[in-house]
Design a protein around this ligand. Structure first.
Ligand SMILES: *Cc1c(COP(=O)(O)O)cnc(C)c1O
Length: 481
């Protein structure tokens, strides 16, 4: 818009709106009009290009750097999935079209793709039905917990709480609480999995659900998971699977077979779509048959003539969880990614993700504390507690990595590990990249021994330097909290 008013000047390529297009009559009250012209930028094309290119270079991205951000599965996103999602036939589709032209040819393809995606996600997870409506993992959690509440209510049961292990992602207790449940946290045992004794103690007729991820945020698969789901079911509770770590078990194990009744997936983690910085995401929710009546509306239905339509007439549904039908572009990318890889490809994803994580873990073992040291799945957690003795914290190592062109791991999560650094290399990295990361991490461990003071000055080469943390906290406006 601004360019329209930019005046042509010698040497500049401003654009001037032809006079005939300037609205002559303005109906706005005079007091709303500006007294003098707005100061809009008048810049040449190369200046604009440089401005935005330089801005884009301030971003850390999977396309430019290694990004081992634990739990987030920052894997390379094949460009072909972007191309497919950007096809004119998809992007020009209006979300209201199916309601205006019921069964019209205009949207049949989109409905069919969504329905196919639901089906393939059922196969991958061992669930009976899926909804693609939730816009992110956390939104899927809320949808899932609301379905759990509706199910218990419909059975005439008033349940009070949800059991969540202390290694859980912060969104788990948040979703349970927003849906109206009390949260009971179960501590982890010495092996890093939910303490079975404490679980049995806390499980009772007031338990609505057990909510966990498996493998958990320490990268550990709970060997008692089937026993846990059997106990939960016996007590009348449902099993909720946080699918953020599905990358670890793709094609190897299915939550549905492990006894879970409800799952959310993070399409933007496991199945293409780069994320971070707030989106875009998609958190579809899958359920076993008994929970199907409670899924959000609308539901995609295939008519006997083979066409698709949307069903809003579901009396037990929890209602709308999002406008329209979910984040269609992210769904498209996930569907294309799944078709691209096929069954064998998906199995390779989890095998390589697990292999890469274990390779890093074994190579770094001698240099950092590893509180839970058994074979890990797709991620593992280091502790900088050894380095802390010299005054070097996990955050200092994270900042030093930025200078080496590596995105820091997730730090200070999970909460049960002191000075945690949670590393998830993903399956898309080469051995060369992993070896470089190992070298850098070992070098930093040595530097922490020899010259710990230098860490406070990192990063030195990043576009934005390290903020003064004390000042940042002191200056924080209460409105920001
Ligand atoms: C990322 C993540 C979530 C939340 O998913 P979003 O898509 O970020 O809302 C939940 N649980 C775990 C374990 C996660 O890693």
């Amino acid at each position: 818009m601004g360019l329209i008013f930019a005046k042509s000047r010698p040497g500049r390529t401003g654009v001037t709106l032809p006079l005939k297009d300037v609205p002559v009559e303005c109906k706005l009250d005079k007091r709303y009009l500006r007294g003098k012209d707005a100061e809009l930028p008048s810049v040449s094309e190369p200046e604009v290009v440089r401005h935005f290119t330089n801005l884009s270079k301030m971003n850390f991205s999977v396309d430019s750097n290694f990004y081992p951000l634990g739990s987030c599965t920052m894997k390379y996103n094949p460009k072909i999935t972007e191309k497919i999602a950007a096809m004119e036939e998809f992007v020009s589709l209006h979300p209201l079209a199916p309601q205006l032209i019921r069964g019209g040819m205009l949207t049949q393809g989109a409905l069919e793709i969504t329905s196919n995606l639901e089906k393939v996600l059922c196969k991958i997870t061992g669930m009976d039905e899926f909804t693609t409506h939730p816009m992110a993992g956390a939104h899927g959690e809320l949808t899932g917990v609301m379905i759990i509440a509706a199910y218990h209510r419909n059975n005439g049961n008033r349940k009070k709480h949800i059991l969540i292990p202390d290694s859980g992602h912060g969104t788990n207790p948040a979703s349970a609480a927003i849906a109206g449940y009390d949260v009971i946290t179960i501590k982890s045992d010495k092996n890093g999995v939910m303490d079975l004794g404490e679980f049995k103690e806390k499980l009772n007729e007031d338990t609505a659900a057990v909510m966990l991820t498996c493998p958990n945020t320490l990268g550990i698969f709970n060997p008692d998971i089937k026993k846990i789901s059997d106990l939960a079911h016996k007590a009348g509770a449902l099993m909720y699977y946080d699918g953020a770590n599905l990358n670890a078990i793709l094609g190897k194990a299915r939550p549905g077979d492990l006894g879970f009744d409800i799952v959310h997936l993070n399409l933007h983690k496991t199945f293409a779509t780069p994320h971070g910085g707030g989106g875009p995401g998609s958190g579809p929710v899958g359920v076993k048959k008994d929970l199907e009546p409670f899924l959000p509306i609308s539901r995609i239905v295939k008519r006997s003539d083979g066409t698709f339509t949307l069903d809003y007439d579901k009396s037990l549904s929890i209602g709308y969880m999002s406008p329209f039908y979910g984040n269609f572009a992210v769904m498209l990318k996930a569907y294309a990614y799944i078709l691209l890889l096929g069954r064998e490809g998906l199995i390779e994803v989890s095998e390589n993700a697990v292999l890469n994580a274990n390779y890093l873990k074994v190579k770094l073992e001698g240099h950092y504390d590893i509180p839970y040291s058994e074979v890990c799945f797709h991620e593992f957690v280091l502790s900088a507690s050894k380095q802390l003795k010299k005054g070097v914290k996990a955050i200092d190592i994270a900042k030093a990595l930025i200078d080496e062109g590596i995105h820091p791991p997730t730090v200070y999560f999970p909460l049960i590990v002191r000075e945690a650094m949670m590393i998830e290399p993903t399956e898309t990295e080469s051995k060369e990249t992993l070896d470089k990361f190992i070298d850098v991490m070992i070098e930093l461990a040595l530097k922490a021994e020899e010259d710990p003071g230098v860490f406070k000055s990192f990063p030195r080469n990043a576009p934005v330097c390290r903020p003064d943390e004390v000042k940042a906290v002191k200056d924080m406006d209460i409105a920001d909290v």
